[in-house]
Design a binder for this molecule. Sequence first.
Ligand SMILES: C[S@@+](CC[C@H](N)C(=O)[O-])C[C@H]1O[C@@H](n2cnc3c(N)ncnc32)[C@H](O)[C@@H]1O
Length: 323
Amino acid sequence: MRRPVKNHPPGIDRGGKIADIAGPSEALPADTMNRIIHWLIVAALVLGGTALAQERYSIFVGSEPANVERMLKLAELRDDDVVVDLGSGDGRIVLMAAQMNRRLRGLGVDLDPKLVDEANAAAKAQRVADRVRFVRQNAFDADLREATVIAMWLWPEIQMMLRPKILAEARPGTRVITNLWDLGSWPPDAVDKDGPTVSMWVVPGRAAGNWNWEVTFGERKLAYAVVLEQNFQTIEGVVRVGNRRGIVHAAKLNGEGIAFTIGMTLEGLGYVRHEFTGRIRGDTIEGTARMQREKDERWVELPWRATRSASSAYFAPTGLDAK
Ligand SMILES: C[S@@+](CC[C@H](N)C(=O)[O-])C[C@H]1O[C@@H](n2cnc3c(N)ncnc32)[C@H](O)[C@@H]1O
């Protein structure tokens, strides 16, 4: 008989499965019991966690393997990924990731030294210790700069407390995956509800600010001043060209990838459609501008380079001759 491990809810062993105990498990199929116990624990975590949640409060309940697989599938693992599990428990998320992709690297951090040892032993046994390691560390001290996938199943409040760290440290494009609990008002980019909810967010690039660029279109040199506002991955903006102002439409941010359209009447050109796509690198966006005069069906493709600045011509006086 396997003994339930200290610090684990009764009836659950370190693998997050039902321990071999007498009781209703003899009457119900193991699968059903696992599910019932899983949800009882989740309820206890939510009810108890709200009162107890703090950075150092810690309990281990392993994500069910099927849910780990669903989380990792949402992340669409790649060869060059570095998967970091904040609160890695027995290491199952990082270990499964290493089995799913034979090239990626992984790191798990956990406060519990026994779980860290157990996870490192499992990495050795599974012959992935050259790519995967586990360290005893507080999630709030983990270095997220190298991570490309961040996994979490912590108290909802702790996940929220980690949100600013993730947004400040993780590189744009990093995927964040969670089991069950979300990240408050940051809307997920993908959700799998085929079972307990698992969610995925893409860390957005920093797009907010004043962006300026020039484009030579036909004979004309056009100066654009765009002001972008950002709420997580949602962006909205306005534009000024000469003395005309317009709205930035269909704005999308995916990691450091940015795309939007502008349609406005420009002096001497008539109505001009614009499609911009590029990548944000610091205070520069580099990409492509596609433009089309309504009078002329031909699309012209031009290089696009925008720079971010403290001030913007968007705010310069307009005067009374607005067109
Ligand atoms: C619910 S378990 C999840 C384990 C694993 N990620 C999984 O999904 O199977 C939460 C784990 O986070 C650890 N933990 C809690 N707070 C932590 C913190 N501030 N820093 C690091 N680990 C923490 C606990 O020791 C526990 O192993």
